[in-house]
Design a protein around this ligand. Structure first.
Ligand code: PHB
Length: 391
């Protein structure tokens, strides 16, 4: 009798264990990755998805004893769709964290949902300075346009450039780039004329004609990642490549995904940014090699590194919280620092923006490919817009 009771109790314990094991397995921590996978900004979606999947392939899909599940959704680059998808992921899938956000309007649309539901949102691409102020649950692993642009103004003023025309896509990040450049460059005595081109289906030629007429020392350009090739084609068609006008700007126009296809016209362009596929570090060499191996025919650009680091931030945050999301997860992410393929980075605990090096680069041919070759470093740059507000 005694013995039987003992076995019975052990059996019951085994059943309890099996049940809680099943419950644990069901409790996968879900990450909702919302990206433009189709439409004009699909290259951003492709780069970030590839990098996020590479990170998971390298680090495994268990964190703090919990299974990680990545759910990728295509918002087609339309903000209303981003918002609807975020809502569905929060309510139906019970995601612990959302991420991605390929353009500024796509990052702003779900911000109120992040706040209401207390779901952290990791912005891996969008780069208008104000985005992190839209919700205390937003954290960013991309960059801000002012962060990348102020060093460009400094380089230009130190290198004999006196007169500049700025040409930017007419929305958040373009306006940020225009303001940051104009403010910093005129403060050093430079002269600037501002032009803005529509974001959707841009025709650069009438603007480029104005540039040709103004004969500046340099043309400063911001177009979002993926659009640079279209711009470069019209730059050549207008004969600006032979006019002696220097091409400068934040690095979005010469992004590593499309730079190779631009040909010699891109040679000599000077840009400032946080990531180049040719960044010389062991971490980056390993990243580029693994990315290319997992995605034949692709080369990682700054969007990819935003996605890769975003996954790192999520994984390390979840390790600290033992898989818990919400306020605990966003708090765990604040102040985190690590060595990224782009160099040393940290999350500013005050602004939830990323603090990182900005590099000055020149397009050169290396081993038969075009690269943004870094030749100067400005270390640990914060978003200057928020830094100015804090002072
Ligand atoms: C943005 O919409 O915030 C954005 C998109 C692409 C870039 C930079 C900024 O390359």
């Amino acid at each position: 009798m005694r013995r039987r009771t003992f076995l019975g109790a052990a059996g019951a314990a085994a059943v309890t264990l099996a049940v809680s094991g099943a419950a644990l397995a069901q409790e996968a921590v879900k990450i909702g990755l919302i990206l433009p996978m189709t439409g004009p900004f699909a290259s951003t979606g492709r780069q970030i998805e590839a990098a996020a999947k590479l990170y998971m392939q390298q680090q495994g899909d268990t964190v703090g004893g919990k299974k990680i599940q990545l759910i990728v959704k295509d918002d087609t680059g339309v903000a209303d769709v981003t918002k609807r998808l975020a809502q569905e992921l929060i309510v139906n899938d019970k995601i612990a964290v959302m991420a991605g956000f390929g353009l500024t309007p796509l990052a702003l649309a779900p911000a109120p949902l992040a706040t209401q539901a207390k779901v952290p949102a990791v912005v891996m691409a969008a780069a208008t300075a104000t985005i992190t102020e839209a919700s205390p649950f937003i954290v960013r692993t991309s960059f801000t346009l002012p962060q990348a642009t102020v060093p460009m103004a400094e380089w230009a003023s130190q290198n004999g450039i006196k007169k500049v025309v700025t040409l930017v896509s007419d929305y958040g990040p373009g306006i940020d780039a225009e303001k940051a450049f104009t403010g910093a460059f005129t403060a050093k005595g430079g002269q600037v004329e501002n032009l803005r081109v529509p974001l959707a289906n841009p025709d650069f030629s009438p603007f480029l004609q104005k540039v040709a007429d103004a004969k500046p020392d340099a043309l400063f350009v911001f177009v979002p990642s993926g659009i640079g090739a279209q711009f470069m084609k019209q730059f050549v068609e207008r004969g600006l490549d032979k006019s002696g006008v220097k091409l400068i700007g934040p690095g979005d126009v010469t992004d590593d995904d499309i730079l190779n296809g631009m040909g010699d016209v891109a040679l000599g362009a000077i840009t400032t940014q946080h990531y180049s596929a040719s960044h010389d570090s062991p971490e980056n060499k390993a990243f580029v090699e693994a990315f290319k191996k997992a995605n034949p025919g692709m080369r990682p650009n700054f969007m990819a590194v935003g996605g890769y680091d975003g996954m790192h931030l999520i994984y390390e945050g979840l390790k600290k919280t033992n898989g818990q999301g919400g306020q605990a997860l966003i708090d765990a992410m604040k102040g985190m620092s690590w060595t990224s393929p782009r160099g040393p980075v940290s999350i500013d605990p005050q602004t939830r923006d990323i603090i990182q090096n900005i590099y000055v680069r020149k397009v050169e041919r290396k081993d038969g490919e075009l690269y943004n070759v870094e030749f100067a470093t400005i270390p640990n740059v914060k978003d200057p817009v928020k830094a100015a507000k804090a002072n």
